[in-house]
Design a protein around this ligand. Structure first.
Ligand SMILES: [Zn+2]
Length: 558
């Protein structure tokens, strides 16, 4: 931002406002609303979850497009960590549990809303492994607004054939299959078997292990995921798909890129999906190897905008550049790529590789991934392109409520976790002032937390350690308040006076400013300081890559 000359001591407050688009994800509408027992059962690590550790799921279902039903089983393999005989499984209405079985015996259970407490009869000794088989079925909720509200979407392609997909981040995978529906625990691997009528095919996460043809005109597709996977990452995508593929030679060798699209869109997809190898190039450069070589990478057309399903990213951006043809930044840079392809694939590093334990920390997914859009531009078009994109996109920031939500109740924070979050990371990059180091940190982060579920505190501590900066107040400011640091300054008797306002205690981020062609670093705190080093009354400009507000004020008389 550029400030006018100070001769009039003009009161300048630079604000970014005027919402061009709203991002429907993460509205945090619940703030202030009391939480219920159901919120805690869903959002916390209850005693009935804590004692056992997920090892493997075999989800084995039949999807009936005509009746819009799902019927089948989920076999839950787990090891016992500590004493426990009651095990919590989640399944949301109107889906119904048919039976819980262990070692051939049907088990009793009690139920509290969406939480089922299963009474295990065989001894659960610490260190031992068990399998709980759950039969279930019904008509899962139809998503009222996919992907922002969870459920199934039952559409038709141009020829009237079924075109079906799920999306359930936030609402939970237990909308359509019974599971331990908390993010902290993931199975080490998973088998997803889905029976559908021919000629439909089902595409899920991981690799297609085999296709079973039945003599009733149906086929079962068995997809094996060789890596830990979050509940909300699990997907089914069903249509009469066309398939094409290519191989990408990446940091860890050859990576298969597979594309599943409606037959009528095959030509458009072949052109539009050229963004995929481009993003792999950029993201492997910045973040390190694609985290799921064993499972490959897939882009699958679905009847909603898109979702970061692990190794099976879903796509519904209409083969357009930008976000449904729009550019959040209004700089033109947002139209140089397909937003959904770049953004959802960026989540492979931040969401699928490094995964939040509690949705309150969803910034770990969305801030880094939105930031990855600018790094895609940075890689292909240079640093100025990425800078312009992030600065332009500030117009969608609301600064309404904190980015971090409430813990333990399945509650996300502000939608600012997208573009404000990206600008926060960009601001940290300015502070580091060494892009090689910044890249090294991002790559190390993906190694350190490889295939792990994490908390915001762990990520913050990692970044503080790697930068060597006291970042606690920085993250408290930007993630735990909705206030933007205000850089105040004035000139008096040949000195520039400056300080931070609207900041938490100890906030002391250095700031790069420019005067004419000279760069200066200031180290403002919340106390007034002064420097004689600048030319009095010459225009100064805070580096616009810092996400801050700036205000020139009347000289303060002491
Ligand atoms: Zn996202």
């Amino acid at each position: 931002m550029k400030l006018p000359p100070d001769s009039t001591f003009l009161y300048v407050l630079v604000l970014f406002s005027g919402l061009a688009f709203s991002i429907p994800l993460a509205s945090a509408q619940q703030i202030g609303v009391p939480y219920s027992r159901q919120d805690s059962l869903r959002g916390s690590i209850t005693p009935e979850r804590e004692w056992w550790d997920l090892v493997f799921y075999h989800l084995d279902i039949e999807v009936d497009p005509r009746k819009k039903t799902i019927e089948g089983t989920n076999s839950v393999y787990y090891t016992v960590l500590q004493e426990g005989q009651v095990l919590q499984i989640d399944l949301q209405e109107p889906m119904e549990i048919r039976a819980f079985r262990q070692e051939g015996e049907e088990l009793t259970y009690t139920r509290e809303g969406n939480a089922y407490f299963v009474n295990l009869s065989s001894p659960q000794k610490p260190g031992s492994s068990h399998n709980l088989e759950i039969s279930y079925g019904g008509s899962p909720r139809i998503s009222p607004n996919p992907p922002w509200s969870g459920g199934l979407t039952w559409e038709k392609d141009e020829k009237g054939k079924p075109f079906i997909a799920n999306s359930n981040q936030g609402d939970g995978a237990s909308l359509w299959w019974p599971c331990k529906d908390h993010m902290y625990d993931e199975p080490d691997s998973m088998l997803i078997s889905v029976k559908v009528p021919d000629p439909l095919i089902n595409v899920s996460n991981g690799r297609l292990r085999k296709t079973e043809k039945h003599d009733d005109g149906k086929s079962t597709y068995h997809w094996f995921v060789a890596n830990p996977i979050s509940n909300y990452g699990v997907n089914i995508s069903i249509a009469d798909y066309s398939h094409f593929s290519e191989e990408y030679l990446g940091e860890n060798g050859p990576l298969s890129l597979d594309y599943y699209v409606l037959k009528e869109n095959l030509d458009r997809a072949r052109a539009q999906f050229k963004d995929v190898p481009r993003l792999m190039r950029a993201f492997e450069y910045w973040f390190g190897p694609y985290p799921f070589y064993e499972d490959g990478f897939k882009l699958i057309e679905v009847p909603y905008l898109g979702m970061e399903h692990q190794s099976a990213v879903t796509y519904g951006n209409g083969y357009q550049q930008g976000y449904k043809g729009k550019d959040f930044s209004e700089t033109g840079w947002g139209l140089t790529f397909d937003y959904i392809i770049i953004h959802e694939a960026g989540h492979e590093w931040f969401a699928n590789n490094i995964t939040y334990q509690d949705i309150a920390d969803m910034w770990i997914h969305e801030s880094f991934t939105t930031y990855s859009e600018s790094l895609f531009l940075d890689y292909h078009y240079g640093v100025n392109a990425g800078n312009a994109y992030l600065q332009g996109a500030r117009q969608v920031i609301k600064n309404d409520i904190p980015i971090i939500g409430d813990y333990g109740v399945n509650q996300r924070g502000s939608g600012d976790m997208y573009f404000k979050g990206a600008n926060i990371l960009h601001t940290l990059r300015q502070w580091i002032d060494d892009d090689k180091k910044w890249r090294k940190i991002l790559r190390e982060m993906n190694k350190t937390f490889y295939h792990q579920t994490v908390t915001s505190s762990e990520i913050e501590a990692f970044l503080a350690k790697k930068t060597g900066f006291p970042l606690q107040s920085f993250f408290d400011q930007y993630l735990r308040t909705a206030d933007v640091p205000l850089f105040q300054f004035y000139w008096k008797e040949g000195r520039l006076y400056y300080r931070w306002r609207e900041v938490v205690e100890d906030f002391a981020m250095p700031l790069r400013i420019k005067q004419q062609d000279r760069i200066h670093w200031l180290e403002p705190t919340s106390e007034w300081q002064s420097t004689p080093a600048l030319i009095e009354k010459e225009m100064i400009e805070a580096d616009p890559n810092f996400y801050i507000f700036t205000q020139q004020i009347q000289p303060v008389t002491e």
